[in-house]
Design a binder for this molecule. Structure first.
Ligand code: ISL
Length: 576
C-alpha cells in the first residue's frame, strides 16, 4: 500500500483553543499558548492538530459563530500568531487542520448584516428568509415558517422585526444558516478555503457539513417535520443529507482542493449520518471528503428524553456499532475514530471509571479505539485521562446548549435535580474546562481567573505528572500512536469482532497476510477470566508477544489457554 494517503497512518489531536493554554493571564486560552505547548504534542507523537475555530467571533457558541473567516479573534491572538503556530507545528512535522464552519455564519458577519438590512438587499438570498406561515401573524406562536426545532432548544426560526420576515438558524439565534443554493455564497466560501490553503493549512474539519443542502420545493417551500419530544418538529429529513449534498461537496473538492497540489485531510462532521451515506461521502472515487464523524455510538447512552436523559451503556451495542462501521467502510471509504471532542462528555467518566480505576480504564478505552481501523482523533486532555468537570450547580455552566436546555426545563417538566444530573453527565462543558498542565492553581491553564471552572484533581491528573510517569495515560496513548506508525497491521488489518454478546469483554482481531493483532480488553471493574478456545484463539501461534498493554506486567495465557484480566485491564498480542 505504498500509494496510500498520508492520513491513513495519521493520528489527529483536537485543540479547543479557548481551553487549551492561556499565555497572557486573561483566563482564555490563546494561540501563543498552543505554540508554547507544541512539544507536548510532539512527544505524544500526533501528526495533525485540528484547531477548533479561532476566527473573529462574538462567541455566542465559543467561536462556532464566525463574523470574519479570514481573521483571528483578538481573544486568541493575531494572524501572525497563527502563522507562527503553523510554522512551529511544521517544524515538528505536525500539520494544522482548520475548523470550517460554513453551514452558518454569525449574525454579526457583514454578509448577514447586509442580508438583513432590507428584503431587496443584494445578499437577501444568501440566508434563508421566509414569511410567517400563511394565515398567521408574524410573531405569534405557531407563525414560524416551519415547525423545526433548533439544535439548541426552541424554534429554528427567528423573526426579524425590521423586515417582518423570519430567518433560519438550525443552531443558535446568532448562527443564521447560509443558503448554499446561491452560487455566490459557494464561490465566496471556496475562495476563503483557498486563502487558507495558501496560508499553509493541512486541511479542514467541516462543521455539520451534511446539513448544508436543504430540501426546498421549486416554489421555495420548506416542509414541517414530525413532532419531537420537546413539542417542536424534527426537521432532520428536510436538511440532513439533502438533495444537493454530493453535488456541493464534489464542487468544493474541485474548486478548492484540485486547485492546489498536495493532499489534504478533510473530515466532515455529519450528525445523523448513516453508514450508507458515509460510504458515499468517503468513497475516494466520488472526490468529496476523506472521512466523516459518525454519531451513532455517541447516542447509545441517550434515553427517551434525548442526550440530557442518559441511560447506562450496554457494551454489546457499542461493540456492534463500531464493528458495523468497520465492516461497512472496509472496502470503500474510511473511518474517523473518536471517543471525545468539545461537544461530548469525557470518555473516562462516560464509559470508563473515573474513580478507583481512572488511569487503567482510560488506557483501555484508548486501546480499543486506537486498535480499530481508521484515523483516530484525540481530544485535548483525553491523553491525560481527564474526567468530567464535576459541576453541581447551574451557575457553573457556560455552554449555550446546556443553558438553553436548563431554561426550557420547567416547560418540559424536568425536575431541577434531574436537570442537574443530566447536565453533569452530558453537558458539553464537561470537555471545555482548562487542560491541566501542572499541579499549580487551575492546573496551570491560566495565571488569571479561568473563563470556566477547572476540573478537580489537577494536583495529580496533569501533563507534567503524566510525562514523568511511564505508567500514565499519556505514555499509553504515546505507545498506541507509535504502534500505528510502526505496525502496518494497525493501519490495514482486517477487523473481526469476537464474542459480540459478552457484556464485559471487548475482543477483536486485526489480520493481514503477514501478522495478526489480538485485542483483549476488560471493560469492567471485576476480574475477568478469558477462555482462548471459546474465542477461537487457541489455534495458530501462541499469544506471547505483547504489542501494547494497560499494565507493566501484562496478563498471559496459562498452560490451559486461560487468561485472567484484572479490572479494566487490556492487552494486545501480536503474532505472525
Ligand atoms: O453537541 C451536540 C448536541 O449535543 C451536537 O448535536 C452538535 O451540536 C452537533 O454535532 C454540531 O456540532 C458542531 O456545530 C455546532 C457547534 O455548536 C458544535 O460545537 C460543533 O461541533 C454549531 O456550529
Amino acid at each position: 500500500r505504498a500509494s496510500r494517503p498520508w492520513w491513513h497512518t495519521a493520528v489527529v489531536y483536537q485543540v479547543y483553543p479557548r481551553s487549551f493554554a492561556d499565555s497572557n493571564g486573561d483566563g482564555v486560552g490563546d494561540i501563543p499558548g498552543i505554540t508554547a505547548r507544541l512539544d507536548h504534542l510532539d512527544e505524544l507523537g500526533v501528526d495533525v492538530v485540528w484547531l477548533s475555530p479561532v476566527y473573529r467571533s462574538p462567541h455566542d457558541d465559543n467561536g462556532y459563530d464566525i463574523s470574519d473567516y479570514t481573521d483571528v479573534d483578538p481573544a486568541f491572538g493575531t494572524l501572525a500568531d497563527l502563522d507562527e503556530l503553523i510554522a512551529e507545528a511544521a517544524r515538528r512535522d505536525i500539520g494544522v487542520v482548520m475548523d470550517l464552519v460554513v453551514n452558518h455564519t454569525s449574525d454579526e458577519h457583514p454578509w448577514f448584516e447586509e442580508s438583513r438590512s432590507s428584503t431587496d438587499s443584494a445578499k437577501r438570498d444568501w440566508y434563508w428568509w421566509r414569511d410567517a406561515k400563511p394565515g398567521t401573524t408574524a410573531g405569534e406562536p405557531g407563525a414560524e415558517p416551519t415547525n423545526w426545532g433548533s439544535f439548541f432548544s426552541g424554534s429554528a426560526w427567528q423573526l426579524d422585526e425590521a423586515t417582518g420576515q423570519y430567518y433560519l438558524h438550525l443552531f443558535s439565534r446568532k448562527q443564521p444558516d447560509l443558503n448554499w443554493e446561491n452560487p455566490e455564497v459557494r464561490a465566496e466560501i471556496y475562495a476563503m478555503m483557498r486563502w487558507w490553503l495558501k496560508r499553509g493549512v493541512a486541511g479542514f474539519r467541516m462543521d455539520v457539513i451534511n446539513l448544508i443542502s436543504k430540501r426546498v420545493g421549486r416554489d421555495g417551500s420548506l416542509e414541517d417535520g414530525a413532532p419531537r419530544a420537546d413539542g417542536w418538529g424534527n426537521g432532520f429529513p428536510q436538511y440532513v443529507d439533502g438533495p444537493r449534498m454530493h453535488a456541493f461537496l464534489a464542487e468544493m473538492h474541485q474548486q478548492v482542493f484540485d486547485a492546489f497540489p498536495g493532499t489534504y485531510l478533510t473530515v466532515g462532521e455529519t450528525p445523523g449520518v448513516t453508514l450508507e451515506q458515509a460510504r458515499a461521502y468517503t468513497d475516494p472515487a466520488n472526490r468529496e471528503v476523506d472521512m466523516v464523524f459518525q454519531f451513532e455510538h455517541m447516542g447509545l447512552d441517550h434515553g427517551v428524553g434525548g442526550k440530557f436523559d442518559p441511560r447506562p451503556l450496554h457494551l454489546p451495542d457499542l461493540k456492534a456499532n463500531l464493528a458495523r462501521w468497520q465492516d461497512g467502510l472496509a472496502e470503500t471509504g474510511w473511518n474517523a475514530l473518536y471517543w471525545n471532542n468539545h461537544d461530548q462528555p469525557r470518555i473516562v467518566s462516560r464509559w470508563g471509571d473515573d474513580g478507583e480505576h481512572r488511569v487503567v480504564s482510560a488506557k483501555t478505552l484508548g486501546t480499543v479505539l486506537h486498535l480499530h481501523r481508521g484515523t483516530p482523533y484525540v481530544y485535548q486532555g483525553e491523553e491525560l485521562g481527564m474526567p468530567n468537570a464535576g459541576f453541581t450547580s447551574l451557575e457553573q455552566y457556560r455552554d449555550l446548549e446546556s443553558l438553553n436546555h436548563a431554561a426550557d426545563a420547567e416547560r418540559l417538566g424536568i425536575d431541577p435535580e434531574v436537570l442537574l444530573r443530566g447536565l453533569a453527565a452530558q453537558s458539553r462543558d464537561n470537555a471545555r474546562t482548562g487542560v491541566a498542565w501542572d499541579g499549580g492553581p487551575h492546573g496551570g491553564f491560566t495565571t488569571g481567573e479561568p473563563w470556566i471552572g477547572s476540573t478537580p484533581g489537577w494536583e495529580h491528573t496533569n501533563a507534567e505528572a503524566a510525562r514523568a510517569d511511564q505508567g500514565s495515560v499519556f505514555h499509553h496513548y504515546r505507545r498506541l500512536i507509535e504502534l500505528r506508525h510502526t505496525d502496518p497491521v494497525v493501519v490495514d488489518g482486517e477487523f473481526a469482532l469476537l464474542a459480540p454478546e459478552h457484556e464485559e469483554l471487548w475482543a477483536f482481531t486485526r489480520t493481514t497476510a503477514e501478522a495478526q493483532l489480538v485485542v483483549l480488553a476488560n471493560l469492567s471493574g471485576d476480574e475477568l477470566a478469558v477462555d482462548l478456545a471459546e474465542l477461537g484463539l487457541a489455534e495458530g501461534a501462541p499469544l506471547r508477544d505483547v504489542a501494547v498493554a494497560s499494565h507493566a506486567e501484562a496478563a498471559r495465557p496459562d498452560g490451559e489457554g486461560r487468561l485472567v484480566l484484572r479490572p479494566w485491564e487490556s492487552v494486545v498480542f501480536r503474532r505472525a
